[in-house]
Design a binder for this molecule. Structure first.
Ligand code: AMP
Ligand code: MN
Ligand code: MN
Ligand code: MN
Length: 301
């Protein structure tokens, strides 16, 4: 019987979240989350700090990442869990994606400028505070300047396809993303699969290619899924024998719908990823993976 509370998808200030890794771990304690994965966009920069905070506060932190992927001209996200943050292949891959982010930020800034909105790049840099810039940082500026009322509105009017601040993604391939995660000893999970608005046929194709590349998990439960989405995604996971993951996709306070640790139980028939044979918690103290039998003593030992 495993009664731990898992939240396997959350962001910090190292990407587009609002809490530092330490603040995020402290918030996990408040939310009674026992196992928290830090999954920033295209970076593992915050993992070390989160592991340190976790050791002090009795939370188990799973080193993670959310890799941006271009698949069939769409952007999809692949979460890597229990990755070794020191793995060279993973880090080289992520560095390429961050270079694209830097280039894209300049491009978004130019396009907004042409659309009559000056100063967006400088402001986005300020909001990112040294982290690599995401669309959310532009969104915060546009909201602050009253170009839109909230996140949803600002994306819809400025940052998606056919809008002034849109730049097409040129991210990793699905094979690359899963390959980097596996090279780093981790397990790959398709993040928030219901968000992509794929037809059942397209989703089956995505899952097929994902499994062929070595992917294992499916984020059946996400803070961004409706109850209905969860049930549909549970069915897809079971049909393809993917293990199920759950995560809030927390980005910080301010979004009442998405709270850290607020993840509903899996629909029946799902196998949780933490019960899969390859689930191995990364042991920061030893810089490696503990044996399953060590886990009772960890992370205190
Ligand atoms: P990026 O990786 O920089 O292109 O930004 C992707 C991030 O933008 C996602 O992880 C969300 O945090 C946010 N995002 C994307 N679409 C929306 C939306 N429609 N409403 C609010 N936030 C969004
Ligand atoms: Mn985000
Ligand atoms: Mn995502
Ligand atoms: Mn996310």
């Amino acid at each position: 019987m495993n009664s731990l509370r898992y939240d396997l998808h959350a962001h910090s200030t190292m990407s587009d979240g609002l809490l530092s890794p330490t603040e995020l771990v402290k918030h996990a304690v408040r939310q009674r989350v026992n196992v928290l994965a830090l999954t920033d966009h295209d970076t593992t920069e915050g993992v070390e700090e989160a592991l340190l905070a976790a050791n002090a506060l009795g939370v188990i932190v799973v080193p993670g990442v959310e890799v941006s992927v271009t698949w069939n001209r769409r952007t999809i996200h692949i979460v890597g869990l229990n990755i070794d943050p020191h793995n060279g292949e993973l880090q080289q891959g992520l560095a390429v994606l961050r270079r694209f982010r830097d280039w894209r930020a300049e491009e978004i800034g130019c396009r907004l400028e042409k659309a009559g909105i000056p100063g967006a790049l400088q402001a986005a840099k300020r909001y990112a505070g040294g982290a690599s810039i995401g669309r959310v940082h532009f969104a915060r500026f546009l909201i602050e300047q009253d170009y839109a009322a909230d996140m949803r509105a600002v994306f819809k009017s400025f940052l998606v396809k056919n809008k002034p601040g849109h730049v097409s993604g040129k991210w990793a391939s699905l094979e690359q993303a899963v390959g980097w995660i596996r090279a780093a000893g981790g397990q790959a999970v398709i993040a928030h699969p219901a968000r992509y608005r794929l037809s059942a046929t397209q989703l089956r194709r995505l899952i097929g290619e994902f499994i062929e590349s070595g992917g294992e998990g499916f984020e059946v439960v996400s803070g961004t899924h409706s109850h209905n989405d969860c049930c549909t995604m549970a069915m897809h996971a079971q049909r393809s024998s993917l293990v199920a993951s759950c995560g809030s996709d927390y980005h910080g306070p301010g979004n009442p719908r998405i709270e850290l640790g607020k993840v509903s139980p899996f629909p029946s028939g799902c196998t949780p990823i933490w019960e899969s044979p390859r689930w191995r918690l990364y042991d920061s103290a030893r810089g490696g993976y503990p044996l399953q039998s060590d886990l009772e003593r960890w992370p205190r030992g």
